[in-house]
Design a protein around this ligand. Sequence first.
Ligand code: AMP
Ligand code: ZN
Length: 114
Amino acid sequence: MNDCIFCKIVAGELPAKVIHETDRVVAFQDIDPQAPVHVLVVPRRHIPTLHDMADEDGDLVGEIFQVARRVADKEGISESGYRTVFNCGGDGGQDVYHLHLHLLGGRRMAWPPG
Ligand code: AMP
Ligand code: ZN
């Protein structure tokens, strides 16, 4: 996907502050953080939305969450708590169509979300 900014970050063609990476997943700082800790966890493979994942991608979803847990430990928010969010599609508020899990922490989150 030539025009996908997250594919470019994964390929090292766009700068990002990478926090953690595995063979299949990369975690990097959000460019416009909404909390003291705001990290995006993305698969290296281009998948537009959560809804585009195949049934056999379940282990990839699991790995994305495992990386989010590692990042929460690294960033020191495991004890205080954090929020993980997949925005999916238009009504879900998704702006970048390369699957990403938001990891937010370092402040108390509001509920319900806006
Ligand atoms: P979403 O609205 O769920 O699609 O979230 C997209 C997120 O990507 C937003 O939080 C943006 O701030 C973030 N973002 C956009 N461009 C970049 C970039 N070049 N590097 C890091 N984060 C980005
Ligand atoms: Zn992509």
